[in-house]
Design a protein around this ligand. Structure first.
Ligand code: C2O
Ligand code: CU
Ligand code: CU
Length: 519
């Protein structure tokens, strides 16, 4: 396998030195692009710079907030492929079409090792941002891949082992939106009526600076929870709308918080898409549970709302389990655990963002009955029918594990090896985390597989509601007591990929493993 990092040590130094000379000077010298091309014979449709860099954002009156932020620049291709969010630490929205070849020259300018992962994208192992590919400050990693995913709402974020939580928290995340012909033919609201929204929780000190965990063990066990909800990096987000339909793409970009999404006025949510793109047809839910890393697309129709109406998307209260925080306030870990008196337990109810209907408009789009075609995997086509690979989400020696194991950079156990071009049944089981200092530890775990979109076959155990399992998924939430069977096909790209809990503090403590696709 190509060692991407070594490759860059040899050929990338020129590019890195060059970056300090500025973008315009770089554009005058085609030799760098040519150099990469001869090495790979890869001709990109879109060639961009992406840099992780320290920045200061005016979030509140007074001192600006120090963050880490992705910044991008189009070197070749459509300039509208990168859309920056105003006054936000979030990275540019990367917009591509299926079939496009993309080169991303990622430079690490933060004083920490890092690497970027394209969450939900089906790319070769060396392009996936596995933590073994981390680069130090000052180095560049060049990604080149063809966009093979169907249209959908994907995203990107850092993936260094043990440091993903603090780096995402610091501001490193962005949307990666894919479009295709099938989606375009549906005629969904587009342009300013197609709105990507990242939901995150943060905590700030009196000087407007981000506060991450104290590093307290119990805080690692639960995951970081902030007391302030930010949408697109904005602490007081209001969505101005007109009296028509919108496509809202929601991403839970939090470290560990789970949202029970609902409209404030009790109308059902109309869901049109999940992690891997559009559903076959719209579904309705009175609420939707959105675990960390998951996406949901809503059809939000404000046609019948008088101008002047204020409403909101809210998170309803729910029971997040023994360690979710609710039980905790009464226990020995309450009070001082979070410090700063900023506790907003997982499962609390609160508004996420407000919506203001500010203008009359003639509605021109209506909800399509058919959104896409999804070929259903059949359990009888799996190579392990009746014998799903089982993954128990367990607490062992005061650490979250998968089957009792924690992450080792290159390690793959025998039961983590799969064969290329096979369909498998995987079962994740969240039936009690084992004994901890507070008794049984039981928590929600959002489980994510790299490089794949899979299908949910069934849930069992202590079943919960509010899931949208109908579409393509790359991350699934397991509430305490729940089990889930997935159908996953391994194809195209062999090698080492990750699967893990997307609670970033769990992931950082090693609730992550490799699986290996044998060619
Ligand atoms: Cu959002 Cu390992 O991924
Ligand atoms: Cu991922
Ligand atoms: Cu977890």
């Amino acid at each position: 396998m190509i060692n991407r990092r070594q490759f860059l040590h040899i050929t990338g130094t020129g590019a890195v030195g060059f970056l300090t000379g500025g973008l315009s000077s770089l554009l005058n010298v085609p030799s760098i692009g040519a150099e990469v091309n001869t090495a790979n014979e890869f001709i990109p449709d879109l060639d961009i710079f992406l840099t992780a860099t320290p920045a200061e954002i005016p979030l509140f009156p007074g001192s600006p907030t120090s963050v880490w932020s992705f910044q991008g620049q189009v070197l070749k291709g459509n300039k509208t492929s990168l859309v920056s969010l105003e006054r936000s630490y979030l990275g540019p929205i990367i917009r591509v079409n299926r079939g496009q070849k993309v080169r991303i020259r990622f430079t690490n300018d933060i004083p920490d090792e890092t690497i970027v992962h394209w969450h939900g994208l089906h790319v070769p192992a060396v392009m996936d941002g596995h933590p073994r590919f981390v680069i130090p400050q000052g180095e560049t990693y060049i990604y080149e891949f063809e966009v093979r995913n169907r249209a959908g709402t994907y995203w990107y974020h850092p993936h260094p082992h043990g440091r993903t939580g603090p780096q995402v928290y610091g501001g490193l995340a962005g949307f990666f939106l894919v479009s295709d012909d099938e989606e375009k033919a549906v005629g969904l609201p587009s342009g300013e009526y197609d709105i990507p929204l990242v939901i995150q929780d943060r905590a700030f000190d009196n000087d407007n600076q981000l506060v991450y965990t104290s590093g307290h063990m119990m805080e690692q066990m639960t995951g970081f929870l902030g007391n302030l909800i930010l949408v697109n990096g904005n602490p007081d987000f209001i969505l101005p709308v007109t009296t028509r339909a919108y496509r809202l793409r929601l991403l839970n970009g939090s470290n560990s918080r789970i949202y029970k999404l609902a409209w404030q006025d009790g109308r059902p949510l109309t869901v049109i898409g999940t992690d891997g793109g559009l559903l076959e047809k719209p579904v309705h839910r009175s609420y939707v549970m959105l675990g960390v890393g998951e996406r949901i697309e809503l059809w939000a129709d404000f046609r019948r709302y008088p101008v002047g109406t204020e409403t909101a998307l809210v998170s309803l209260p729910f029971d997040a389990g023994m360690m979710g925080g609710r039980g905790m306030g009464r226990g020995m870990m309450g009070g001082g655990m979070m410090g700063y008196g900023r506790v907003l337990p997982n499962g609390s109810g609160f508004p996420i963002f407000r919506i203001r209907v500010n203008r009359q408009e003639k509605e021109t789009v209506s909800l399509p009955e058919k959104l896409s075609t999804i070929e259903r995997y059949k359990p009888e086509d799996t190579v392990n029918l009746g014998y799903p690979r089982t993954f128990h989400l367990l607490m062992r020696h005061m650490a979250w594990t998968i089957n009792g194991r924690i992450f080792q950079m290159e390690e793959v156990a025998n039961d983590e090896r799969v064969r290329m071009d096979t369909l498998e049944m995987w079962e994740f089981i969240n039936e009690g985390g084992g004994m901890g200092m507070m008794g049984m530890m039981n928590m929600p775990h959002p489980i994510h597989l790299h490089g794949k979109q899979f299908q949910v076959l069934e849930r069992s155990g202590v079943t919960h509601t509010g899931y949208v399992d109908e579409g393509w998924k790359d991350t699934v939430l397991l509430m305490p007591g729940e089990r889930i069977k997935l159908l996953v096909r391994f194809e195209d790209y062999p090698g080492l990929f990750l699967y893990h809990c997307h609670n970033l503090e769990h992931e950082d403590m090693g609730m992550m493993r490799n699986y290996f696709i044998n060619n």
